[in-house]
Write a protein that binds this ligand. Structure first.
Ligand code: ATP
Ligand code: MG
Length: 546
């Protein structure tokens, strides 16, 4: 855990890992705080008129009961259990019960279609699935045989259905079980969870993590929130708990520190809805991915309309950029802390406004506890200022164990002593890491290597632009031509004059050789379910569509 020090160097020097041999996420985030004092754990808002408050004592009792339910259904240690649920109390109960039983939880995004769901259930060989009525219906539409799936637990059901796979009614089943359960004494290195990557570059890969993954996340969470849990009263994120960002950057670390988490599933995420919920629950800490921030920034002066208690905003998953940082400072008096990581190994680099001014164009410095270096493809360390792979020295408590059922991909992920992220970056002499781009997204144009991030950030600063993605398209003369796909603000008409204006905007602000030679106006950008721009698809799109 990070302790507050005045400087980054002192914080690094004071940080030591403390990973016990035996460690269980479920016990740590729940039983530890269940001391009969009624400490608040989860605020579940089903609608503004339907809010339920759950204590750690309740969470312990419910997760113990659910552990018995799974055990009686024949699920045994090491089995995989899918959790296809949005944010909510049952999601937390299911996760904690799985960890206490030594099972492997598989968080699944509630908006997945049947193909996405079938792929993950089949790839992981899930034995059980915890879901709701909607999920049960989705499951019924899957044609792929799922012979391993024996039990489904439906949080909406009022009675069991015996047809295969057997469907159990969650809440009635809980009622029949005792409050007490002896958690399995897992090792910190025992598998706990498989999280599928976003699938930005190809088919999603199942990253298998050990129980220690939560301890590995703590310094990053603490740094990106200016020494969390200082000043923390309520934590919230619109990111689904099915992703590493929602689950291990928000839900689990917050419960680890005994800070209540607000759970809510939005019918539709809007800036108004986000400010409304943050205001009503006086949220102090939030993780807002850049896509969410881009929606919020359509509003100026939100504090005129909503009384906010916000203390800290962390953001990551994509480049943040000056535009969003400026908006946060202007409108909320908060310097948004950018962080960097990936499903396989997360919260590695971060900014921390309490320790240093963010450097524009950089993601921050190495999170204490992690040794982050720029390395070549063989895993040799490159000097400051050189461009190369962002690498993480192993072992590291936050590092994944392997890709599920994919030893080749696991092996390819490492070079020498380092996990190679697949992202290109540069570290400067002060220790700031600049994100150049994903290996595949770096544009090679007329001998220059250009990352899309700074150009996108600049175009986003154009008053008529709402969203933008920059890619390199094949070009006879320059290998690749910098190309911008632009979504304009509502009501703005595309025109050649506007195209020129956007090009000039980049030429004068970024660099003449980086301006987009081609600009296409589009209605929307292809995005992953996590809200990341799929640049790969834009490259394919134009190759065929001209
Ligand atoms: P897949 O691996 O399936 O293609 P993905 O890499 O998008 O999908 P995630 O693990 O969710 O899946 O995302 C991690 C990636 O997100 C990082 O490797 C990096 O490319 C990008 N990323 C994360 N944080 C930042 C950041 N602060 N700035 C720029 N990019 C970031
Ligand atoms: Mg990836």
């Amino acid at each position: 855990m990070l302790t507050r020090h005045a400087t980054y160097a002192a914080t690094v020097a004071a940080t030591l890992w403390d990973v016990p041999q035996h460690y269980n996420i479920g016990v740590d985030v729940c039983d530890k705080w269940a001391d009969g004092t009624g400490r608040l754990a989860i605020i579940h808002e089903k609608s503004p008129n339907h809010i339920q408050y759950y204590t750690f004592d309740q969470l312990k009792a419910y997760s113990n009961r659910f552990a018995h339910v799974l055990q009686q259904a024949g699920v045994v240690r090491g089995d995989r259990v899918g959790i296809l649920l949005a944010q909510g109390i049952e999601t937390a109960i299911a996760h904690i019960a799985c960890y206490k039983l030594g099972l492997i939880a598989i968080p699944l995004f509630s908006l997945f279609g049947s193909d996405a769901l079938a792929y993950r259930l089949s790839n992981s060989g899930a034995r059980a699935l915890v879901t709701n009525a909607e999920g049960v219906a989705k499951l019924a539409s899957i044609e792929t045989p799922l012979p391993q799936l024996q039990t489904v637990v439906d949080i909406d059901a009022t009675q069991d259905t015996p047809a295969a796979p057997i469907t159990l009614a969650f809440w009635p089943a809980l009622q029949q079980q005792p409050d007490t359960f002896e958690p399995v004494p897992t090792l910190a290195d025992d598998p706990a969870v498989i999280i599928y990557t976003s699938g930005t570059t190809g088919k999603p890969k199942g990253a298998l993590h050990a129980h220690r993954v939560l301890l590995g996340h703590l310094p990053g969470v603490e740094m990106s929130h200016n020494f969390f849990p200082d000043h923390a009263k309520v934590m919230w994120t619109p990111a689904d708990w099915a992703w590493i960002g929602g689950l291990f950057d928000v839900l689990m670390p917050s419960l680890h520190h005994g800070i209540p988490v607000l759970a809510c599933r939005f019918a539709k995420f809007t800036a108004e809805a986000a400010f409304d919920i943050m205001s009503r629950h006086q949220v102090t800490h939030t993780f807002l991915p850049p896509t969410a921030l881009k929606m919020l920034r359509r509003l100026e002066n939100p504090r005129d309309r909503w009384p906010l208690a916000l203390h800290s905003i962390a953001s990551g998953g994509e480049s943040l950029g000056l535009e969003l940082i400026d908006w946060g400072r202007r409108n909320l008096d908060i310097t948004i802390n950018e962080f960097y990581g990936q499903t396989e190994c997360n919260m590695l680099v971060s900014s921390c406004a309490d320790l240093f001014e963010p450097k524009i164009g950089s993601m921050g410095k190495a999170v204490p506890g992690h040794d982050i270096q720029i390395v070549n493809d063989q895993g040799d360390i490159l000097p400051d200022g050189a461009e190369g792979n962002i690498g993480v020295r192993r072992p590291d408590p936050v590092m994944f164990l392997s890709y599920w059922n994919n030893p080749e991909a696991t092996q390819e992920k490492f070079a020498g002593d380092f996990l190679v992220t697949g992202d290109v970056g540069v570290r400067d002499e002060e220790g700031f890491f600049r994100f150049v781009g994903r290996n595949d997204d770096v544009i090679t144009s007329a001998g220059y290597r250009i990352g899309p991030g700074p150009i996108e950030d600049c175009i986003l600063g154009h008053p008529q632009v709402s969203m933008v993605a920059v890619v390199g398209l094949p070009d006879d003369e320059r290998t690749e031509a910098v190309t911008a796909f632009v979504v304009l603000n509502e009501g703005v008409e595309p025109s050649d004059a506007l195209k020129k204006d956007i090009q000039e905007h980049v030429k004068t602000r970024v660099a003449a050789h980086e301006y987009p030679r081609r600009v296409y106006f589009v209605d929307a950008l292809p995005m992953t379910t996590t809200g990341k721009i799929i640049r790969k698809e834009l490259r394919n799109y134009t190759e065929t569509a001209g």
